[in-house]
Design a protein. Structure first.
Lengths: 363, 324
C-alpha cells in the first residue's frame, strides 16, 4: 500500500502550474462558501426543501480529481462532489436552481441535490442507491476503451457505499475487461451514523484494489495536491491501457450526514484533529509559502467568490417553479421528446443544459 | 420466406440489427464462445467480433449497469439474462437507474434486456418464472412478450430501435415449438399494439406469451360446442393496447383474462380494472381470470401441471361464463 507523498516533496509529472494552483483554491473556496450558503442560509430559511448534503472538509477530492480530467473524459460525481459540477461547466446559478427545485434547472425539478447531469459536459449523476453508478461507469469505460482516444471515466463514492454488491461487481468487471475506470472512494469515516469500523473489516479499503486485480492507493483526502497527483497517475495508467485503479481518499465528514443531522456521534476530538487538516487552509499556506499568491490576492478571491455566489443565488431564486402538470411529462424518450423542448419558463439568457449529446434514432 | 422457429427468429432479428447498426452490441453470460445457453447468439462472436459480443462474469447488476453506461455514450446494448429469473439480481439497475434516468435529467437509455421466461419445462422455481409485472409496474420501462415467431423477430427489432429501456420476455416453451414462415425483408412489429389471433363473437380471451396457444387450443375445443372465442394477443404489456382490448370486449360482451403469471398483481388485474372502468356498460357477465395460483413455480411434474393454466381450465371458465 502506497503512502501519501507530502506536497513539499512531490516529484512526478503531475505538478500543477501556478494557474492550476489558483484554480484549485478558487474552486475549493467556491465549493465551501456555496455549500455554507446552501446549508446555513437557504435551507434554514426554508427555501430548500428535502435533504441538503454537503461535502465540508472533503472539497479537495472533487477539485483534485476534476482538474485531472481532459476533454472527452467522463465523471460520475456523488452528492458531496459539488466542485466537480462547476469544474465541468455547470453554471453556479444552474446548480443553485437545481437545489431550489426550479422548473428550468438541469433536472427541471424531477430530482434534487446534485442529481443532475449533462452528457455534453461529461457528467453523469448518481441515483440515491449509491454504488449503482459504478457499473454504469464500467459501461462508459467500455465505450471509451473501444473508441481508443485515451479517454477515461472517474466514479466517486463513499466508504459506506463500498459495502454494496454493485461496487464489487463493478470493480471485478473493470479489472477483468481492463477498463479505464478510476474508482475514487471518499472515506470520510462515517456513513450517516455508521463509523468505518462497523462498515468494513479490512484494514484499509485500498487493499481491495489488488484484491480485485488493480492498483490500490491510499491518499490524504484533505491534500488537493496529493489528490491531483494520485488521480493524475491513475488517469495516466488508464489512458495507457493499463486498466482501472482504486483510490481511497481519507477525510472526515465535517458536517452531518445531511443538514438535519447534528452528528453528535462524531467524537469532538476527531473533529478538532481533522479541522487542522482543512484542505483550504493547507493550500493557502502552500500558495503563500511558495509566493504563488499574496495574502491580499487570497482576500480578493474570497470577496469575488462571495459576489459570485450572491449573483448566482439571486439569479436562481428569480426562476419559476415547474408547473404541476409537467409531472407526467418526459417519462419516455419518443420522437417529440419533452426533454428536447426548452423548459417551460426560461428567463433571459439561461444556461440550462438540455442536450443529451447522444445519437438516437430521431436525431 | 424461410420457416423459422421462435428462437431462430429472435436470433435472426438480433443478427440483422447488428448488421444494420454498428452501435448495437451484446453483453451476457456464455453468449460469445458458447453461443448462449439457448444458442440465440450462436455464430455472432465469429461474425461480429469480441468488441460487439461480450462474455461477462456472473454479475447481472454490473452487466445491466454497464449497458446503461454504454447507452449513455451513444451505443445500443442488448443484454441477455440467461434466464429471466436472474433479472432480479439486476433489479436496482433496471428500476432505479434505467427506468428513471430519462425522467430525471433527459438522456435516452436505449437498452434491451432479453431472456427466456416461463414454465412447462420442469425448470423449477428459478428457471420458470413470469416476472414481467415487476417491470410493468415501473414507469419508464417498456415490456414486451411475443407469442409468435414473426412477432418475436419484429419485436426484438423494434425493441433494439426503441430509445427507451425495453424488457423483452421470450417464452422458453415456445422456443422450438412454434414455427412460422418469416419474410426475408426487414420488418418491425410496433411496440404497444395487440393482435387479434382469432376472431370470435361470444367470449374475448385476452392473453400473451405461451398462453396465446393455450387459448387457441381452447377455442378449437369450444367451437365444437358452438361457442365462439376471440383471442387477443397483447404482445406488449407496457404500453399495452387499450383500444384493441376494449374493442374485443365490446364486441363479445364477455371476457376471460388469461396469463401464466400468478394471480395477485398480475396483468389480468390491471386489465379487469380497465374493462370495468371503460366497458362496464358493454359487459354481460363478470370478468373472469384464468391464471396460475399465488405460489412459486413448482418442479415435480404433477405439481407444475396443477400450477399451470391449460386449455381445459380455459374451456371450463368459458363454459361458466357462457351460461351467465
Amino acid at each position: 500500500m502506497k503512502s501519501t507523498t507530502p506536497a513539499r516533496s512531490m516529484k512526478r509529472s503531475t505538478k500543477p502550474d501556478a494557474e492550476t494552483l489558483e484554480r484549485m483554491l478558487y474552486y475549493l473556496k467556491l465549493t465551501r462558501e456555496s455549500e455554507l450558503r446552501l446549508e446555513q442560509l437557504l435551507y434554514r430559511q426554508g427555501k430548500i426543501v428535502g435533504g441538503v448534503y454537503v461535502g465540508r472538509g472533503q472539497e479537495a477530492i472533487g477539485v483534485g480529481a476534476a482538474l485531472a480530467m481532459r476533454p472527452g473524459d467522463v465523471t460520475l460525481p456523488c452528492h458531496r462532489d459539488f466542485s466537480v459540477f462547476m469544474i465541468r461547466g455547470f453554471s453556479l446559478a444552474d446548480i443553485f436552481a437545481n437545489w431550489l427545485a426550479r422548473g428550468d434547472a438541469p433536472a427541471r425539478g424531477r430530482d434534487n441535490t446534485l442529481h443532475m447531469g449533462d452528457l455534453n459536459l461529461g457528467v453523469i449523476p448518481i441515483i440515491s442507491p449509491l454504488g449503482a453508478t459504478l457499473p454504469v461507469a464500467c459501461g462508459v469505460g467500455l465505450v471509451l476503451q473501444q473508441r481508443g482516444n485515451g479517454n477515461v471515466v472517474l466514479t466517486h463514492f463513499g466508504e459506506g457505499t463500498t459495502s454494496l454488491g454493485d461496487v464489487h461487481e463493478a470493480m471485478n468487471l473493470a479489472a477483468v475487461l481492463k477498463l479505464p475506470v478510476i474508482f475514487i472512494c471518499n472515506n470520510n469515516q462515517f456513513a450517516y451514523s455508521t463509523p468505518a469500523a462497523k462498515q468494513f473489516a479490512v484494514k484499509s479499503l485500498a487493499l481491495r484494489g489488488p484484491a480485485y486485480g488493480m492498483p490500490g492507493e491510499r491518499v490524504d483526502g484533505c491534500d488537493v495536491l496529493a489528490l491531483y497527483d494520485a488521480v493524475g497517475r491513475a488517469v495516466e495508467r488508464a489512458r495507457a491501457g493499463k486498466g482501472p485503479s482504486f483510490l481511497e481518499c481519507l477525510t472526515l465528514r465535517m458536517a452531518g450526514h445531511s443538514a438535519h443531522d447534528a452528528a453528535e456521534y462524531v467524537p469532538e476530538k476527531l473533529k478538532l484533529a481533522w479541522a487542522k487538516k482543512d484542505p483550504i487552509h493547507r493550500l493557502e499556506r502552500f500558495l503563500l509559502a511558495r509566493k504563488v499568491m499574496t495574502k491580499r490576492q487570497i482576500e480578493e478571491l474570497h470577496k469575488r467568490v462571495h459576489q459570485e455566489i450572491d449573483a448566482a443565488v439571486a439569479q436562481a431564486e428569480s426562476r419559476p417553479l415547474p408547473r404541476g402538470e409537467e409531472a407526467v411529462e418526459g417519462v419516455y424518450c419518443e420522437a417529440d421528446c419533452w426533454w428536447r423542448r426548452p423548459p417551460s419558463a426560461v428567463h433571459g439568457p439561461s444556461s440550462v443544459a438540455t442536450g443529451t449529446g447522444q445519437r438516437t434514432t430521431h436525431d | 420466406m424461410a420457416l423459422l422457429t421462435y428462437v431462430e427468429a429472435i436470433r435472426q432479428g438480433i443478427w440483422e440489427e447488428m448488421e444494420r447498426d454498428p452501435s448495437v452490441f451484446l453483453l451476457g453470460e456464455d453468449i460469445g464462445a458458447y453461443g448462449g445457453a439457448f444458442k440465440v447468439t450462436a455464430g455472432m462472436l465469429e461474425k461480429f467480433g469480441e468488441d460487439r459480443v461480450i462474455d461477462t462474469p456472473i454479475s447481472e447488476s454490473a452487466i445491466v449497469g454497464a449497458a446503461i453506461g454504454a447507452a449513455l455514450m451513444g451505443m445500443r446494448p442488448v443484454v441477455e439474462m440467461q434466464f429471466m429469473d436472474f433479472i432480479a439480481c439486476g433489479f436496482d439497475q433496471i428500476v432505479n437507474m434505467a427506468a428513471k434516468l430519462h425522467y430525471r435529467w433527459g438522456p435516452a437509455v436505449p437498452i434491451v434486456i432479453r431472456g427466456p421466461c416461463g414454465a412447462g419445462v420442469h425448470g423449477g422455481p428459478y428457471h420458470s418464472q413470469s416476472n414481467e409485472m415487476w417491470f410493468v409496474h415501473t414507469p419508464g420501462l417498456k415490456v414486451v412478450a411475443p407469442a409468435t415467431a414473426y412477432d418475436a423477430k419484429g419485436l426484438i427489432k423494434a425493441a433494439i430501435r426503441d430509445d427507451n429501456p425495453v424488457i423483452f420476455f421470450e417464452h422458453k416453451f415456445l422456443y422450438r415449438r412454434v414455427k412460422e414462415e418469416i419474410p426475408e425483408q426487414d420488418y418491425v412489429v410496433p411496440i404497444g399494439k395487440a393482435a387479434v389471433r382469432r376472431e370470435g363473437t361470444d367470449i374475448a380471451v385476452i392473453t400473451y406469451g405461451a398462453m396465446v396457444w393455450t387459448a387457441l387450443d381452447a377455442a378449437r375445443e369450444l367451437e365444437k360446442e358452438g361457442l365462439s372465442l376471440e383471442v387477443v394477443d397483447l404482445r406488449s404489456l407496457l404500453p399495452y393496447d387499450e383500444e384493441t382490448v376494449l374493442a374485443s370486449v365490446r364486441k363479445c360482451s364477455k371476457v376471460i383474462l388469461l396469463h401464466e403469471d400468478t394471480r395477485t398483481g398480475g396483468m389480468a388485474g390491471e386489465l379487469a380494472a380497465l374493462i370495468a372502468e371503460k366497458a362496464f356498460e358493454d359487459l354481460d357477465g363478470p370478468i373472469l381470470r384464468v391464471t396460475a395460483p399465488d405460489t412459486p413455480v413448482p418442479f415435480s411434474p404433477p405439481l407444475e401441471e396443477h400450477f399451470l393454466p391449460n386449455a381445459q381450465k380455459v374451456v371450463e371458465a368459458a363454459r361458466k361464463l357462457a351460461s351467465y
